[in-house]
Ligand binder design. Structure first.
Ligand code: FMN
Length: 194
């Protein structure tokens, strides 16, 4: 049996992304769970940002931002950035998170986050009361100690990255579980059945 609830904003799991806007001198961090890759060529990422916060206008003003994936190690800091505003809080100072210079964009990346994407605003638009920003990913940083082969980004160790997972609806954080199969492969088990 199933039951229905009409239209709800329910989705899980979500990554816990920390979006940094501004510059090395004056940067802000906003916690974002509504985040998704949009296109593969060029690699583009989409984020949904409510209009009440400070960060949307910063992205519009600067045309650049970084997306930093939080690990479980910085759960408290990540949550803090989602319950305070850059309008009246210096979130880097309050959390102790470390700004690192990006290679291409002016907005810094966060050292403590294992994955960092430098983004240039590609398109933006309003869906209802939410700003949607599509950012072209112009650089990707990964901690080398989380890679088996430092010349191949796909060799990351997801257990070492230990991403902080957000469960919408329940409003809780979780960590990743164990591997259960190989994607694009395990489904081939059914190939012969038809
Ligand atoms: C786990 C978590 C996920 C969140 N996801 C989003 C999101 O996807 N979009 C959004 O607009 N706000 C989201 N928020 C709320 C913003 O982070 C919050 O409004 C923040 O205070 C805005 O900061 P700013 O004013 O510095 O931009 C989230 C908060 C938390 C704690």
């Amino acid at each position: 049996m199933k039951t229905t609830f009409g239209p709800q904003k329910l989705m899980f799991p979500c990554p816990t992304g920390l979006v940094v806007t501004g510059t090395m001198e004056k940067a802000n961090i906003v916690t974002i769970a509504w985040i998704s890759l949009l296109t593969s060529s060029p690699p583009t990422i989409g984020i949904s940002l409510g209009t009440k916060g400070f960060s949307g206008s910063e992205i519009k003003k600067n045309g650049e931002f970084t997306v930093n994936i939080a690990s479980v190690d910085i759960m408290v800091e990540a949550d803090f950035c989602g319950i305070t505003s850059g309008r009246d809080t210096d979130k880097f100072a309050r959390t102790g998170l470390t700004k690192m210079k990006s290679k291409i964009v002016k907005s810094p990346i966060i050292k403590e986050c294992p994955l960092n994407l430098e983004c240039v605003l590609f398109k933006s638009g309003m869906f209802g009361s939410t700003n949607h920003f599509a950012g072209k990913i112009v650089e990707t940083h990964i901690d080398t100690d989380k890679l088996a082969d430092s010349s191949d980004y796909t060799t990351f160790d997801i257990a070492a990255i230990n991403p902080l997972i957000y469960i919408g609806g329940a409003r809780e954080y979780r960590k990743i579980g164990e591997k259960v199969g190989d994607a694009y492969t395990i489904g081939k088990k059914l190939f012969k059945k038809h």
